[in-house]
Design a protein around this ligand. Sequence first.
Ligand code: ADP
Length: 493
Amino acid sequence: MPLSLQNQTLLPGRNFIGGEWCGSADDRTLSVADPATDEVFAAVPDSTAADARRAVDVAHAAFPAWRKTPAKQRAQIIKRWNDLIVSHVEDLGRLISREQGKPLAEGKGEVLYAASYVEWFAEEATRADGDVIAAPVPGRRMLALREPVGVIAAITPWNFPAAMIARKIAPALAAGCTVVCKPAEDTPLTSLALVRLAEQAGVPPGVLNIVTASRERAAEVVDVWLDDARVRKITFTGSTPVGKHLARRSADTLKKLSLELGGNAPFIVFDDADLDAAVDGLMVSKFRNGGQTCVCPNRIYVQDKVHDAFVDKLAARVGALVVAPATNPAAQIGPMINARAVDKIERHVKNAVSRGARVVIGGERIRNEQCPGPNYYAPTVLVDVDASMDCSCEETFGPVAPVTRFSTEADVVAAANATPFGLAAYFYSNDVRRIWRLADALESGIVGINEGALAAEAAPFGGVKDSGYGREGSRYGLEEYMHIKYVCQGLLD
Ligand code: ADP
């Protein structure tokens, strides 16, 4: 069934290059499927290297004028973009839910979350001040000026089709950069809708360009950008192997990079914690978007004394989750994004069980009258999980909560850090000395203490180690799109 929106212009089904909506150079298309049914309901261009090059040509040509546009004027355009996103929350929410599968309430929540970044960076645009430096020698005036880096390339994943675009494009525009973007192949429609609204908000032609492509052609498109010295920065959210590939491939042109990559978040519950709050925090952080977020707890450590009580409370809550298509207003967990995703979840659970883990609840695919499609997996709790299991080493990216019992703080800190990843970490404790010990000891870019919902436009989001580098959101997020120019004037006296 085709998707009908109140504002059908949000479904252009085309690339946007230099202010024009256009097909791919060879007219090939990419089908977009509903993850609830695998039914194809839309098509977008499957772009080529020629499309990618043209996007850079126009973005490069548009840069000098956009850069010189006063920050206040850029801010007004970005603010209008925010207003349009907010006023289209219904349509955009439905679009996200349809192509990504998250329940409608979460889809609409994501729209407002995305808009919060757009609004934030509209405001930050006017505060990108430089410094006047106290000169160490007489007769000189020394300045540190901030400048936009130039054309930036944004490559985004499918799990937050609106928020990932907003978090990258809004700060780029605010800084005075121009943009070429390739959204994820599973969820290209939301990004096209957001670009349509940016056009309506008054973003000038050439400043924001987007090309869609299939997974087969992703590298063809992105390689053009990696090799082109006019592209000065890559901002990427996705898997660690692709992030490392982008870092390697952009070395020859020494681009600036922001890489927000995979995670393997620990969630630690100490026996002095508020147990109900810990269960609440885990439900929010683990099961949002069906467990398909890079900050999802992937390893849950519970201290001996409270282990059994915690697991009982958790299993009761997990058993009550409603699994259903996004269109069902009661839905709390939708379908996974595609067959590859469900296969991975199934493989992780089977591997854990074969190595001695026990399924407390769930542990299987769901296909029934309420969930008639192929991509549903039951919310699951596993216990007796250990570090040798695949689910402890890799992101499961699904609604599976694997619980490991621990005895001492030293043991659990060592276990939590025994991973190449370092995006988010969570712990629950009421011991103030332990709280600060742990906040220091955990090797991750983000730490949640007695809190499961951490993301906010005002906060710096990003990782360490194999989870990447660079920060999105907050005042640090704007710096990623700017460099500092030192200007020194002599002969003042
Ligand atoms: P996931 O496994 O979650 O899909 P990926 O890292 O594979 O994560 O994908 C994230 C983004 O990177 C998507 O937009 C995808 O098209 C893009 N991508 C995947 N492979 C490549 C590649 N070789 N070169 C450039 N971009 C890629």
